[in-house]
Design a protein around this ligand. Structure first.
Ligand SMILES: C[S@@+](CC[C@H](N)C(=O)[O-])C[C@H]1O[C@@H](n2cnc3c(N)ncnc32)[C@H](O)[C@@H]1O
Length: 325
């Protein structure tokens, strides 16, 4: 399992960039960028080196944590997956590339694509001293045009990206991402109803083009959740001192909510159920909301079923579990 916390090499590179920067300037820029996101805007406001660094300090730890949680879920379903090549679309500061490199020692060829110059420059600075990532190719350009020129890859990822483009563009990009995927496509979005809606639309579109869901769903059928419910998960991550300062936060940790889908070319053999919320454990039973191959289930595991109860007590939101209904 890959840790949700930034790898030491990336932390050191970020700390290096922070030297000589005013934390209060970075905090001010981070607050302005966060407000743009809350108001429905995108990364367009990230223009300068300070903006890029402020964004990375404020958001990279959380997007990295969501990426590693999604990649860990993928690895659990496809333990033999050993990709050689990666394409990271809307790569920004390179968060998803770092997470994929950490998860898959097999990765050798890294291609990052993004239209934002400031984030690209920062990403290249961050990988400059990394043995594995310093040779990464980072192409600047509009996602679809840049991706059209890229080679296919074993693993294609888009992390917190598709929400920044319109619906029609999302559909066109999804199809192109799938064309460029030799094995697995992983798309991660914020764990909001809107983020989930984008994931579920992309999932449905690509299933019609032959994709199979590796995670989180244990089936390729329609999502059984009905609004106002939505499929999302949460990952806890530690906050460094700089992270707390830039976010003006007190707590030493944060919980990042995310939605994701991992789609594969080959049908998936191993399809465990997925825990969709933190289970409730009582002295009588464990009650868990599961997405099973047969649909949604509120499963109760009674204490008298000793071994099953002991196992179910350890279930966590987001886990893949061997339970039919
Ligand atoms: C919220 S950031 C996420 C960055 C990175 N994937 C991460 O997880 O940290 C969204 C990224 O998508 C990029 N992006 C948005 N629309 C784009 C487009 N049409 N073409 C290329 N990149 C785009 C932005 O420049 C930005 O770097």
């Amino acid at each position: 399992m890959t840790s949700p916390d930034l790898p030491a090499e990336l932390k050191a590179a970020l700390d290096g960039k922070l030297r000589g920067f005013s934390r209060s300037d970075a905090a001010g820029r981070a607050a302005a960028i966060s407000k743009t996101y809350r108001d429905g805007g995108g990364s367009g406001t990230i223009r300068s080196e300070t903006d890029a660094l402020a964004y990375a300090l404020a958001r990279m730890p959380a997007t990295y944590a969501a990426m590693t949680a999604s990649l860990n879920a993928l690895v659990e379903i496809k333990p033999d997956f050993a990709p050689n090549s990666l394409v990271d679309i809307g790569a920004g500061p390179g968060t998803a590339t770092w997470a994929a490199a950490e998860t898959f020692p097999s990765l050798q060829r890294f291609t990052l694509l993004d239209s934002n110059d400031a984030l690209r420059t920062l990403a290249l600075d961050l990988v400059a001293d990394s043995f594995r990532l310093r040779e990464a190719s980072y192409q600047r350009g509009e996602a679809r045009a840049a991706l059209a020129n890229a080679d296919t890859a074993d693993l294609v990822v888009a992390s917190y990206m598709i929400g920044e483009i319109g619906d029609a563009e999302q559909r066109a990009l999804a199809e192109l991402m799938w064309q460029k995927t030799r094995d697995t496509l992983l798309v991660v979005e914020p764990g909001t109803p809107a983020g989930y809606a984008r994931i579920i639309a992309l999932r449905a579109q690509l299933i019609t083009l032959g994709a199979h869901v590796a995670a989180p769903c244990p089936h390729d059928g329609e999502c059984p959740l009905q609004p106002p419910d939505w499929c999302h998960f949460t990952q806890r991550l530690q906050r460094s001192r700089a992270h707390k300062q830039v976010k003006g936060a007190e707590l030493p940790f944060e919980d990042e909510k995310f939605s994701y889908v991992a789609l594969t070319r080959a049908p998936v053999v191993h399809r465990p159920s997925r825990v969709l919320a933190q289970p409730v454990v009582s002295k009588v039973e464990v009650t868990a909301k599961l997405c099973t191959p047969a649909g949604l289930a509120l499963t109760k595991v009674p204490r008298r079923a000793k071994a099953d109860y002991a196992g179910a007590r350890r279930w966590r939101w987001g886990d893949a579990v061997a339970q039919e209904s």
